[in-house]
Design a protein around this ligand. Structure first.
Ligand SMILES: Cc1cc2nc3c(=O)[nH]c(=O)nc-3n(C[C@H](O)[C@H](O)[C@H](O)COP(=O)(O)OP(=O)(O)OC[C@H]3O[C@@H](n4cnc5c(N)ncnc54)[C@H](O)[C@@H]3O)c2cc1C
Length: 320
């Protein structure tokens, strides 16, 4: 089986999900290829080779500096046609889903989105997908011919650490690298913030925080552990924080090692985005809040008192 993993980059540097996809490909077996598209892809490609990316196809061009799904799809379409891959996997992130679904549509639509794992037995492939917030797992086997596409949820596989391979530098026709859309400028919403999809620790805030002015308390707790800030939809809708922070059915699906739900009731639409987190800690003043049904640890109390006390304790522990 010929497998292509799509490695995405930020500022010419690999993002961690790329190494998770390689591990997913390794678990299937077969011939592994990885594609990396960037302004200058060489050093990211070399790192991917050393981490098990197999034959790493590096495509460098000024127009590939920032993610552009039209151009990225043009380039990958031509690579998939040329190399005849059986399976193409990308990350189930905002960019990954936009790109992989566009590619799958070009090849007839054999695709599964947001999968937990890709599996093979002999020559037959299957993917596992969770539903109802992880309460039901389905196993899907692709039918028909042509390449099969899947986006794999971040943090479902460990990062691949090593391997052997080579960099294959591919030059692309200029027509593929000039599309209708041009990215003129990129503005980062909050510089230095940890990306929710990649975070090992997330501290998420809900309406129990009472007012936008209290959110820095939660951000400070996240910062004290090197974690990311998340939010329930209630506080996004209220305009307290940006939509990009929202976790849940209509926000991001996350899978960190540690998830703090602070002043969040635990509505099903929130749970579907975070209930597969390895350890969940809930802070809520209502002992009967549904969030305690999925929490491994619960603190019943006023978030405005518990959160600063926890931050103070953690800072003392981690720094001392
Ligand atoms: C189609 C659809 C899609 C949706 N998608 C999403 C989604 O993606 N993500 C999402 O989050 N929601 C989503 N929702 C909304 C969801 O149903 C809930 O309304 C929302 O999650 C509630 O947010 P919350 O827990 O912050 O607020 P609330 O439900 O109001 O809960 C606030 C909690 O804070 C506690 N509290 C109050 N004061 C304190 C205090 N001082 N200290 C500690 N705790 C306190 C309360 O006991 C309560 O449990 C969606 C809804 C629909 C219909």
């Amino acid at each position: 089986m010929k497998i292509l993993t799509i490695a995405l980059q930020k500022d010419d540097k690999n993002i961690s999900t790329s190494f998770e996809l390689i591990e997913a490909a390794k678990s299937i077996g077969g011939e592994i290829f990885t594609a990396i598209l960037a302004q200058n892809a060489q050093s990211a490609a070399e790192e991917l080779v050393s981490r098990g990316g197999g034959k790493v196809i590096a495509v460098s061009h000024a127009n590939l500096q920032h993610f552009n799904d039209e151009l990225y799809a043009n380039v990958l379409f031509s690579l998939i046609e040329k190399h005849k891959f059986d399976l193409v996997i990308g990350p189930a992130t905002f960019y990954g889903k936009a790109l992989v679904s566009r590619l799958a549509a070009k090849f007839g639509g054999r695709m599964a989105s947001d999968v937990n794992s890709v599996n093979s037995s002999g020559e037959s492939l299957s993917v596992a997908r969770s539903h109802y917030g992880g309460a039901v797992i389905s196993e899907l086997a692709p039918q028909g011919g042509g390449p099969f596409f899947a986006t794999v949820r971040p943090k479902m596989y460990p990062e691949s650490k090593e391997g052997a391979g080579e960099v294959l530098t591919e030059a692309m026709d200029d027509s593929l690298l000039n599309g209708k859309m041009k990215i003129r400028e990129r503005k980062v919403e909050s510089s230095g913030a940890v990306n929710l999809n990649e975070a090992d620790i997330i501290v998420a805030a809900g309406r129990g925080l009472k007012a936008a002015e209290n959110l820095p308390l939660v951000q400070e707790l996240a910062d004290s552990m090197g974690g990311a800030f998340g939010a329930s939809r209630a506080i996004v809708d209220a305009g307290w924080t940006a939509y990009s922070n929202q976790v849940g059915q209509t926000g991001k699906t996350v899978n960190p090692k540690l998830y703090f739900a602070v002043g969040i009731s635990g509505a099903i639409q929130h749970l579907v985005g975070m209930r597969t987190s390895q350890t969940i800690v809930a802070i809520n003043k209502d002992k009967d809040a549904p969030i305690f049904n999925v929490a491994n640890y619960g603190i019943v109390g006023d978030a405005l008192e518990v959160v600063p006390a926890l931050t103070k304790k953690l800072k003392a522990e981690l720094q001392g």
